[in-house]
Design a protein around this ligand. Structure first.
Ligand code: S3P
Length: 433
């Protein structure tokens, strides 16, 4: 679907966002192996999290969904049954990697695949530790979906993650649920910790000390009623719109503010953004709250100063880089992004797809193997954009087009529904022409 996008003057209002994608996957997967009826409220409305539910249904887990509320009847760690056919993770790296952790512990054969984009994404990173734990996994060229997993009979391991990946950490921890004894995972730098928090909420014995997470296998997980916080990665696009457009004032309530995810706010504040946290509370172990974002006072003022994102910081804002790149082009001094090789392994090669769309808007950017250098004070030309089927590219450039000098077009705009089907409606609601 091609969508026409008009420039806007400002964004104003107070919004709540659909549930966090990362947390929704984890709650659904853990509810499936817990004992009893879990109720998950504000479950992510995106296609990725729907794919997780579909896979679980194919593993004979009864699931009812009414809008954003999901009811999962968990049958415990041994309640899953061999699927009749191939499991389909769609576009979702989280589904295939985290569910593979659970499947590795199941005494049956399962096969899992995904769409064209997912079929090109590396799985060796989960195959290596899961095989060390005792699963047997066949993959195309030893690295790509489809995966054929022969699980069961796992042993606990001590594992040092070679890549800073929360999906890999989660795959190991979820497999460890089925392995007797303590499994230990060490991460090279801190990545999102929703799995550790959720495991604790569902009753697992989980200990965190520095960069090490330890989990005691074969727990009895208990069903829970939980509410998923608003998705901070989705908020990036609304925060971006508010910072680009002068006179904007936007409040976002019920937003997930887990410190392993809020580096986006730190980076933007470091670039001079006016973002205030109005309220902070904690629910189900996850910090949430309300934020206020104010745009520049006048059109003459650059929205941000600019800066450098590198090292640990790059990993902490990896999903938000498409939006940050757009903001960098409008900033006073430009933005340099380094150490972002992982971006090439996302739903698209996001270094290439960001640079391609910037170029279409008349914005120059220098492409490095692991990053981008984007000079500041550039203006955005109305143009024909393309998401290339990547949800975050669709949303980042829909926001960029608000600042363009006329009507733009976005091909494959519907890719946004992978994480955020309501995105365009919500954006329409808060923009003032
Ligand atoms: C996610 C982890 C990150 C992130 C992805 C969601 C998660 O991926 O990019 O959108 O929910 O654990 P990696 O684990 O590949 O870094």
């Amino acid at each position: 679907m091609t969508r026409k996008l008009q420039p806007a003057r400002s964004v104003k209002g107070r919004i709540w966002l659909p549930g966090d994608k990362s947390i929704s996957h984890r709650y659904a997967l853990l509810a499936a192996v817990a004992e009893g009826r879990s109720v998950i409220r504000n479950y992510s409305t995106g296609a990725d999290c729907a794919a997780t539910l579909e896979c679980l249904r194919s593993l004979s887990v009864p699931i009812d969904r009414d809008g954003n509320e999901v009811i999962v009847e968990g049958g415990g760690l041994s309640g899953l049954k061999a699927p009749a056919g191939m499991l389909d993770a769609g576009n979702s790296g989280s589904t295939i990697r985290m569910l593979s952790g659970i499947l590795a512990g199941q005494p049956f054969i399962s096969e899992i695949t995904g769409d064209e984009s997912l079929s090109r994404r590396p799985m060796k990173r989960i195959i290596t530790p899961l095989e060390q734990m005792g699963a047997r996994i066949d993959a195309r060229e030893g690295n790509f979906p489809p995966l054929r997993i022969l699980g069961g009979g796992l042993n606990a391991i001590d594992y040092e993650l070679p890549v800073a990946s929360a999906q890999v950490k989660t795959a190991v921890l979820f497999a460890a649920l089925s392995a007797p004894g303590w499994t230990s995972v060490r991460e090279p730098l801190p990545v999102r910790d929703h799995s550790e928090i959720a495991l604790g909420e569902f009753g697992a014995d989980v200990e965190v000390e520095g960069n090490e997470i330890r989990l005691l296998g074969q727990p009895r997980l208990t069903a829970r009623e939980l509410t998923v916080p608003g998705d901070i990665s989705s908020s990036a696009f609304f925060i971006g719109a508010a910072l680009l457009l002068p006179g904007s004032e936007l409040k976002i309530d019920g937003l997930g503010l887990n410190p392993t995810r809020t580096s986006l706010l730190d980076v933007l504040r470091g670039m001079g953004a006016d973002i205030r946290i109005l309220d902070r509370r904690c629910k189900y172990g996850e910090p949430i709250g309300e934020i206020l974002v104010c745009g520049p006072e006048s059109a003459r003022q650059a929205p941000l100063q600019g800066g450098v994102i590198e090292g640990d910081m790059t990993a902490a804002v990896i999903d938000e880089i498409p939006m940050l790149a757009v903001l960098g082009a409008a900033s006073a001094d430009g933005l340099i992004i380094r150490d972002a090789g992982e971006l090439r392994l996302k739903e698209t090669d996001r270094i290439t797809t960001v640079a391609d769309n910037l170029a279409r808007m008349g914005v120059t950017a220098e492409v490095d193997p692991d990053g981008l250098r984007i000079p500041g004070r550039q203006s955005f030309r109305a143009s024909r954009l393309d998401s290339f089927g990547d949800h975050r590219i669709a949303m980042a450039f829909a926001v960029a087009s608000l600042k363009a000098n006329g009507e733009s077009e976005l091909r494959n705009a519907d890719a946004a529904s992978v994480s955020f089907p309501e995105f365009y409606d919500l954006l329409d609601q808060i923009t003032e022409a």
